[in-house]
Ligand binder design. Structure first.
Ligand SMILES: [Zn+2]
Length: 427
């Protein structure tokens, strides 16, 4: 045996029979066929059986068998669709659609300034929505659960239903959230760390609850209802109190090995740089988030007398000054924009997304995404000679995020019914 052979046999242990990755039977890419059919019907809105067979490259007989099961389960129904190219002659074609009334779910987003909630049906139609201002304060878990209970009661009343009509609740909170086990490891709205949030809320509401961080929720909203429906790989970067990111890889949210990935706000853009609220230095968030802008405003504009003002009011004043031509105010936004460009160029170089969506309240501060910022991203991303990914600004409100929470609940219901045992992989 040569030296090389020895090294090889040491590298491969007794588990080295065969080669290639061990992919579990029900992995992300091989969902049960019945579930794939359901997802195809849901995405299309209305689709004939023959088209489903064609798109999934399976026999029409298989589609007929599996859709009968879906119809029997009450998840899918036959709908009459007008035939193309025929002037009303003969029987109308029969298509399949999701039975909208099969399930109702609630989506709730808790934020530092405003809580929002929606109720949607099984086909994703909005039934009711609600926005409630919130005192910006860190809460103990029982108070937070109380707030959620109260929000749910109010949105149910608005929808004219009782809460037992709901099949699941999706819940979004800012911070580090492990979606798989429903634990909020850290959140700016919670005093404690490592809080088993999903379990606590489930116990109070008596309903299945899925929890995720707010950046993933807005990404889900884009994936389910927005610009990302037809894209396989895209990023959503959220800028408000912090800088968050959600990433879709092959039409699914990428969550990392331990459910805590994509913390763009805490990637470092400066060695030993500005102090971040996570306790480390040089994080992107420490240069771009609202508290970072407010900190600079207080210093550069000599606003020490305004230290008692809310961050929001400080930022509004800062924006007004910048618009009026104040050089110091402008330079604060300009510098933040350059750091943002640095962070986004890193995203481009790492992931090569088709699209980057910038989303969040700060989007109204157009200095952050001025043409200079976009040009800077181009300059910092690798020059391959190909066009750079598109960057879109979506300055939508908190209700969008609640929609993402509803998508989380919808997928939990679907996974529970069609892929038992895989509920935690819901998205
Ligand atoms: Zn940080």
């Amino acid at each position: 045996m040569t030296e090389g052979d020895t090294r090889n046999s040491q590298r491969m242990g007794p588990d080295s029979l065969g080669c290639g990755p061990h992919i579990p039977a029900l992995s992300e890419s091989s969902r049960p066929l019945r579930q794939q059919i359901f997802e195809r019907v849901r995405a299309a809105g209305s689709i004939p059986r023959v088209q489903v067979a064609k798109e999934l490259a399976i026999s029409p007989a298989t589609v007929t068998t599996l859709t009968s099961e879906l119809i029997e389960m009450g998840l899918v129904e036959e709908i009459q669709a007008p035939r193309d190219g025929e002037s009303g002659r003969g029987r109308p074609a029969v298509a399949l659609g999701v039975r909208a009334s099969a399930h109702l779910v609630a989506g709730i987003k808790l934020a530092e300034r405003e809580n929002t909630a929606v109720i949607v049906d099984f086909a994703g139609n909005l039934i009711a929505d609600l926005a409630a201002p919130r005192q910006s304060q860190v809460m103990e878990l029982p108070a937070l659960v109380e707030t959620i209970d109260d929000l749910l009661a109010r949105i149910c009343a608005k929808a004219g239903i009782t809460r037992d009509a709901l099949s699941a609740v999706g819940l979004g909170v800012p911070g580090f959230v492990d979606a798989a086990d429903g634990v909020a490891h850290w959140s700016p709205i919670l005093v404690a760390r490592h809080v088993p949030l999903a379990r606590a809320v489930e116990a109070r509401l008596g309903l299945p609850v899925r929890v995720d961080n707010d950046a993933n929720l807005v990404t889900l909203a884009e994936l389910w209802f927005g610009a990302g429906r037809r894209l396989s790989d895209f990023a959503v970067v959220t800028i408000e109190h912090g800088v968050g990111m959600g990433f879709v890889l092959n039409h699914r949210i990428y969550r990392g090995a331990r459910g805590l990935g994509m913390e763009l706000g805490h990637t470092k853009v400066q060695l030993d740089g500005a102090l971040c609220r996570c306790g480390q230095r040089g994080c992107l968030e420490a240069y771009v988030a609202d508290y970072a802008l407010a900190r600079e405003a207080t210093t550069a504009l000599n606003w020490t007398s305004r230290e008692t003002q809310s961050t929001n009011m400080l930022l509004e004043s800062l924006y007004d000054h910048a618009k009026a031509g104040n050089a110091a105010a402008r330079s604060i936004f300009h510098r933040a924009g350059r750091f943002l460009a640095l962070g986004l160029a890193n995203v481009v170089n790492l992931f090569d997304p088709e699209l980057i969506i910038l989303s969040g309240e700060r989007m109204r501060y157009d200095y952050l995404y001025a043409n200079e910022t976009l040009a800077e991203i181009q300059a910092l991303a690798l020059n391959t000679g190909r066009p750079a990914p598109k960057i879109e600004i979506h300055a939508w409100g908190d209700l969008l995020w609640a929609h993402g929470a509803a998508a989380l609940a919808l997928s939990a219901v679907t996974e529970g019914l069609l892929a038992p045992g895989r509920e935690i992989a819901a998205q």
